[in-house]
Design a protein around this ligand. Sequence first.
Ligand SMILES: Cc1ncc(C[n+]2csc(CCOP(=O)(O)OP(=O)(O)O)c2C)c(N)n1
Length: 566
Amino acid sequence: MQQQRKSSTKLNAQYVAQLLKKHGCKTVVIAPGSRNAPLLISFVEDGSYRCISVPDERAAAFTAMGMSLAEREPVAVLCSSGSAVVNFYPAVVEAFYQKLPLVVITADRPKELIDQGVGQTMRQENIFTQHIQYSANLLRDPADDMAKAYNQRIVNEALLATAKGPVHMNVPFDEPLYETTTEINEARYIGELKGERVLRTPKLQQLAEVWKESAKVWVLAGQLLPNSELEDTLNRLNQKSPFLIFSETLSNLHCGCNIHSIDRLINTIGQEEKAHLQPDLLISIGGEVVSKMVKKYLRTFSPRQHWYLDERTEFRDTYGVLTQHIQVHPALFFKKLAEKVEEKPAAWRDHFLALDQSRMRAHREYLEKAVFSDFVAFKHILAQLPEDSILHCANSTAVRYAQLFDHPKEILHFANRGTSGIDGCTSTAVGHAMATDKMLTLITGDVAFLYDSNAFWNDQLPTNLRVVVLNNQGGNIFRIIEGPDDSAHFEAYQETVHQHHLEGVARTFALPFVSVGNERALQDALKTFYMPGDTPKILEVCTSRKKSPQVLKEYFTFLRNEKKDG
Ligand SMILES: Cc1ncc(C[n+]2csc(CCOP(=O)(O)OP(=O)(O)O)c2C)c(N)n1
């Protein structure tokens, strides 16, 4: 079919560029190279894609993944052949565990040249097998109808599989790589219609019986995208048959019966209360849970029954007591369950909700007096977040401090908790900011910031991004988690204490940079931090690497003592 637009002469490049669009993809992040020229030509010349240049492949893939958080559609990242490909792997793994629709497209050399001493070649086919929902290894230069049909089918299949997570397309090309044509071959789109999963009534009745027999029910929510339908169904069920919801910032779940800060409660109650809190029935939903304490608690105070709700087939037996995997969307499940359950007393739930409220008051009281530290800095940063904005927390202490605060519903929370790496937190935030009009704040540590500094090597940096770096001169988390912090190896090999100048990163990418080192200066800096600008802005908050863990430790002691008084 004739079109005026140009494309590469390579049929595979034409197929991929057309089919991505037909499956809803609007954005392609492109890392430079020559072997991928047919694809990048086809994407750019197509005219309908937003094409973004990010030279570092690891940053490029996380940027694309971050964009998918806003677009909720497949977002593609493209690279050349050779080691460029494996730099995609950290983002592939993260997208796999977060089930995000990342499409990784790798250009390849002809198969007969692999392992034969030819430059920039390696074994690329199926390279992400363990963490990918579909690997499409295209045939080079499909000539006959069967080969053409095959390549189109597997590209479609890959794109349909993005509903479950990341997919890979490996596309081999031989030279010439730069020829273009206006004679573009129409690619065949294959759609897929799926019926909604339903629960059969007898089984639902059995589950409702278990619910009825369980005096103490917990719903534990891991990482979720905002879902008002789920909130409504949980609220309706809770009015009829009270239970407790344990959620985290990353659950983006705001119901009337939430314990939002799990550690603040579980780490500050005595053995008797812990035993009283023990669930008869635990229902878990969503992805990863940040709180280590709740995992430890549930392995000791195990529920009699544990149901895990997820549309995917994999079991998740985090606490070693899973009794029922329910393969249905949580909102649908709770809606159906609400039709079957009977009224229950609310005393147990209300006791712990009241205890949670008293912990919240003690939390505020403690932070009023605490000395300047990461925790206190967090209080001020969170207080100044613009309404209706997005917060990304890097892995390490940032995401953990965030869990100790109560957050307004209007703030959406994200973090790379799929595998909890520090390697792409900034790139993910950059990508997410690029795909939204909302203001986006990233709170990160100095090590994570330095690690992913190429996140800013991006030709379309968003102006709605604000990065706060808590610079405690190393990995402060290692002073907080259990383990020795005074061993001969600790500072050099775990904390990795440093005096590097973060400002250098800002200067490299011509970004405004402000550094503060006390509470008053932080408060002042925050007053202008969110004013509009032409680039992202970076705010460095220098804190003491020894005082911050102390302030956190004393916090839990203070809250534990509050229990005795209150
Ligand atoms: C890619 C990767 N490498 C190593 C780790 C292990 N790790 C977890 S936290 C951390 C230190 C992070 O330090 P920083 O970003 O300064 O945050 P802080 O601990 O000070 O909050 C490291 C190395 C990881 N999570 N991901």
